[in-house]
Write a protein that binds this ligand. Structure first.
Ligand code: ZN
Length: 326
């Protein structure tokens, strides 16, 4: 007979983060620690295949532990109840009753959460936003994810689809965005935007882009935001400048958000967040310069996220635990 510690038994949940290329799963305890991890490639677009991968990961991580609930985080829109995926950009889910399907397969409580909401919740519970009553979390990756924790709860809007900050138009007539509009914030301040700007610089055959070209063996198409971030951290002046530019756009967008939402703190995460102060210092300056009523109001702080790429799964797990208790 196995005697499990009842505290641990109650606390364990699995968080699953479904990305465009990877499905990452973590066994998370009640204090937000990742006790074990497993991952698979994201299968094709068939929703049944994605469900099968989720089932496999949950079986693997729960083989030796009693798991209370499972939280699923993915890009896209989930309904307010955490039951139905309304739309997901990477996957073929359209009005998919994923929770019902998975609860039948897993025989556990399941909760669906938008990936940016999951990351924000984790940062507020266990990370950079702990103790802040009004926090806005920005995830800089291929695009810009946004989420808010206000007075101890996720603010998700009337229909559950709030936080699409990446598509605020910041440059009318600017870069085309996949949402169909032009000049969206995420076309200027995301990891993808940084990569695009760097490729443009490299393609112009500018002498300042030598390091960038060397880093990718002359293959301009291989220049990404991650490459620029790494070179900037190593001190390449052109990459530092590219990050500064992205940081200025970031600060401008944050000033717009502060005018609307008045948070106490912005937490900046995602792949581009790894650039740290090389990105955040220019963002803070631009934020201070563009803030409505500057000089006459307290201003939000801008801080780096603390939990790294695991934030999404940690938040999804915790939210599933809370939902299961209801
Ligand atoms: Zn857009």
């Amino acid at each position: 007979m196995r005697l499990a510690n009842p505290m641990r038994r109650r606390g364990l949940a699995i968080g699953i983060d479904i990305g465009g290329t990877k499905v990452a799963a973590g066994l998370i305890d009640a204090s937000g620690r990742v006790l074990a991890e497993a991952r698979r490639s994201t299968p094709g677009h068939d929703p049944r295949e994605v469900e099968a991968v989720i089932v496999e990961l949950v079986r693997e991580l729960s083989a030796e532990h009693h798991v209370w609930s499972v939280g699923i985080g993915a890009a896209g829109w989930m309904d307010l109840a955490g039951s139905t995926v309304l739309f997901s950009p990477h996957l073929a889910w359209r009005n998919e009753p994923l929770r019902e399907n998975l609860e039948r397969l897993l025989r556990r409580r399941v909760f669906l959460v938008n990936d940016a909401d999951g990351a924000a919740w984790a940062e507020w519970r266990y990370g950079a936003g702990a103790g802040e009553s009004r926090m806005v979390c920005i995830t800089l990756g291929t695009g810009i994810g946004g989420a808010m924790v206000m007075d101890g709860r996720l603010e998700r809007g009337r229909f559950g689809v709030a936080g699409e900050f990446g598509h605020q138009v910041i440059m009318p007539g600017g870069q085309r965005c996949e949402c169909g509009n032009r000049g969206c914030w995420e076309q200027y301040a995301s990891g993808n935007a940084l990569g695009r700007e760097a490729r443009e610089l490299a393609a112009a055959n500018s002498p300042v882009a030598q390091e960038l070209l060397r880093a990718v063996g002359g293959r301009i198409g291989d220049v990404t935001g991650a490459v620029v971030t790494r070179l900037a951290l190593e001190g390449d002046p052109a990459s530092v400048e590219l990050l500064e530019e992205a940081g200025e756009w970031l600060g401008l967008g944050l000033a717009n958000l502060a005018a609307a939402l008045d948070p106490g703190m912005f937490v900046i995460g995602g792949g581009l967040g790894a650039a740290g102060d090389l990105l955040l210092e220019p963002a803070r300056r631009s934020f201070a310069r563009n803030l409505t009523g500057r000089g006459f109001r307290p201003a939000a702080s801008i801080r780096p996220a603390a939990l790294g790429p695991a934030a999404g799964m940690i938040g999804a797990a915790d939210l599933s635990r809370i939902a299961a208790r209801r």
